[in-house]
Design a binder for this molecule. Structure first.
Ligand code: SF4
Length: 366
């Protein structure tokens, strides 16, 4: 169980099921009501209940209904290639962009320096790779639909950071993040700049930040500083998704557990091996599986398919039911998952290759 005040937005907190309920209550995150879910049903993450909570998602719905502008903001810390965990927020921003939000996508290179000691020149190489990934996943970079920036090169983000800092004390940051370096404290204020940027550039409008619950400290800080510094702005809203645990059964996806995730740049052989080694919710043997049924809610194969690789909702629901009834066997289902993942990765790599130049030009790199 995690300490309420130590949800670590930089450490990839391992959050257990009961923590979600406690965190929702403690920090005032709203659960997605059935009526709101129905209103936003076209969003796959909301429909599948991967997004379980929100702040001010209703304002986004109202803006959609009235045809008013709204923004969806996300980003990536360029410290490594896309993997199953980082691609969740990327896919969410793509989904919200399709619903009409202007996508703001920030390359958090200040954070990759402060958190991981990666110099900006090195981060630039990873940023190009990451940006090509999200373009291949469907982000439309046309200027009327998206704005993409690097923290280190965006003066408005730095201006916001300086402006809001005046009202921030060390104690305030310590209460939210615990004892941290000033570098990380500064990078949290730079993130405030990232999140407020859409309204600074284009005027007050609802803004949505899709995140895992471990990023909530940044959202709470940003809302507080928006309230105190930008009276006419909307408080930035957020959606919260369940974090994917390590596919091998580790509590989280982490470099020190190399089988807990796969990146989109890995060889097909390596990915196949990792998916085949994923933790399932299956029973000890076939006899028990048929008698007792499996536990898809605990199964990483099911989650991999649900989060990323199964397009068809009905098929997902049917597989769930068949698993519970003992009519679906893990070996067959794993093989199906492996085939879907490999098919996706092959096509993704081809698309991405063609988008590297586009990514370089969007980041103004010669
Ligand atoms: S049958 Fe499929 S969903 Fe059920 S436990 Fe096995 S792999 Fe998971």
């Amino acid at each position: 169980m995690v300490d309420d005040f130590k949800i670590d937005p930089w450490g990839g907190s391992a959050i257990e099921e009961e923590d979600y309920t406690r965190l929702i209550k403690k920090f005032g995150i709203e659960e997605i009501s059935e009526s709101l879910r129905q209103k936003m049903i076209e969003n796959r993450f909301i429909r599948r209940k991967i997004i379980f909570g929100h702040r001010d998602l209703g304002l986004i719905f109202k803006a959609i209904e009235k045809g008013q502008p709204w923004a969806v903001m996300s980003g990536i810390k360029p410290s490594g290639p896309f993997h199953l965990g980082t691609s969740t927020t990327a896919l969410e921003i793509v989904e919200f962009q399709k619903m009409g939000g202007k996508a703001y996508y920030g390359i958090a290179d200040i954070e990759s320096w402060e958190d991981n000691g990666i110099p900006w020149e090195e981060a630039e190489i990873t940023a190009v790779d990451n940006l090509a990934d999200i373009l291949a996943l469907g982000l439309d970079p046309s200027p009327e639909k998206a704005y993409i920036w690097r923290q280190s090169l965006e003066p408005k983000v730095k201006d916001i950071c300086f402006k809001v800092s005046r009202l921030v004390t060390q104690n305030m940051l310590k209460a939210i993040y615990g004892e941290r370096t000033f570098g990380l404290y500064i990078s949290s204020l730079v993130q405030v700049g990232d999140i407020i940027l859409p309204q600074v550039r284009e005027g007050p409008q609802p803004t949505l930040v899709p995140v895992g619950i471990d990023q909530d400290p940044h959202i709470r800080l940003t809302r507080d500083l928006t309230r105190r510094n930008y009276k006419k702005f909307f408080l930035p809203g957020a959606t919260y998704h369940y974090l994917l645990a390590g596919i091998d059964g580790s509590e989280k996806m982490a470099k020190r557990h190399p089988n807990s995730y796969f990146t989109f740049n890995e060889s097909l052989e390596s990915i196949e091996k990792k998916v085949k080694g994923a933790l399932t919710g299956g029973r000890k043997n076939l006899k028990e599986q048929k008698e007792l049924g499996g536990e898809p809610q605990k199964c990483m194969i099911y989650k991999i398919l649900m989060y990323h690789f199964e397009e068809d909702d009905e098929k997902l629901a049917k597989d769930f039911e068949m698993c519970v009834k003992g009519e679906l066997m893990c070996g067959d289902h794993k093989q199906e998952c492996v085939e879907k993942v490999l098919k996706f990765i092959k096509s993704h790599k081809k698309k991405k290759e063609k988008l590297i130049d586009k990514a370089r030009s969007l980041l103004n790199i010669d």
